[in-house]
Design a protein around this ligand. Structure first.
Ligand SMILES: Nc1ncnc2c1ncn2[C@@H]1O[C@H](COP(=O)(O)OP(=O)(O)OP(=O)(O)O)[C@@H](O)[C@H]1O
Ligand SMILES: [Mg+2]
Length: 243
């Protein structure tokens, strides 16, 4: 579904991605982890051209995302993005937040969009909060609304950047449960997270980035085994200590 070939990126003189070569297969879940500043956010943001690359190629469903005939708005509407901060519009109700991409990008009427958004809210277990304002729901619920919004255009890929790291601990579980269900439904997902239990259980592949280099790309069994790079093992023991 997504292929990175020799992807390199610089911010000015600072190289932040170094010849990344990797593939995300359709219907799989890929977890990205690695130390702070290793380039995880930058890498996932290259997929919808939020971050331009200076070298290499990225293909989505076989198409070069930088091909001349690619409309960046169409590209972006095919990739659902979820951020650490849920980025809901505070003055819009929950259902209006979820409807918004249908109104703005698909130019649907409110009457058309509302039932679709309600269906999506049911999917994430929040139909009863449809008319609440974001300020009146919990962080975990807000993130589930953000996920519903990111899925409303039926994207080919769902990309999440630390979706649970801004949440109070007791709310992490409900968001991970939803992601587990979406993964089981066969959505193609790339998720930056340090939730290693989730990674072990749900990921098909785990990517480890250090200093812009993809140093390890493995199945969970291998990632969590003693055969993993020393680098990965050091990282895992640091993450465990933090938890
Ligand atoms: N807009 C920018 N301008 C300049 N440098 C940037 C910019 N965004 C990120 N960087 C740098 O690029 C490198 C990779 O950053 P990135 O945010 O991708 O790391 P990360 O792995 O997501 O880190 P974290 O775990 O802290 O979120 C870092 O050195 C960062 O300082
Ligand atoms: Mg980041």
């Amino acid at each position: 579904m997504i292929e990175f070939q020799n992807v390199s990126k610089w911010f000015g003189a600072l190289q932040v991605l170094r010849d990344v070569n990797a593939t995300v297969a359709k219907g799989t879940t890929t977890v990205l982890c690695g130390p702070s500043g290793s380039g995880k956010s930058t890498l996932i943001r290259t997929v919808n051209r939020l971050e331009p690359i200076q070298k290499g190629q990225i293909t989505l469903a076989g198409r070069d995302i930088y091909a001349k005939d690619v409309d960046v708005n169409v590209l972006r509407s095919g990739i659902g993005f979820v951020f650490q901060q849920f980025n809901l519009f505070p003055h819009l109700s929950v259902v209006e937040n979820v409807m918004l991409p249908l109104l703005r990008i698909r130019e649907r009427s409110r009457a058309q969009a509302r039932p679709v958004a309600m269906q999506m809210l049911e999917r994430v277990g929040l139909a009863d909060k449809a008319n609440s304002l974001p300020a009146d729901i919990s962080g975990g619920q807000s993130q589930r609304v953000a996920i519903a919004r990111s899925l409303i255009l039926k994207p080919e890929v769902l990309v999440l950047d630390e979706p649970t790291s801004a949440l109070d601990p007791e709310m992490v579980g409900e968001v991970l449960k939803l992601l587990r269900e979406l993964s089981a439904d066969g959505i193609t997902m790339m998720c930056v997270t340090h939730e290693m239990g989730f990674a072990r259980e749900v990921a098909d592949r785990i990517w480890f980035l250090r200093n812009g280099t993809l140093t390890f790309d493995a199945e969970p069994a291998q990632f969590f085994s003693d055969e993993a790079h020393q680098d990965v093992r050091n990282f895992l023991s640091a993450v465990r200590k933090n938890h």
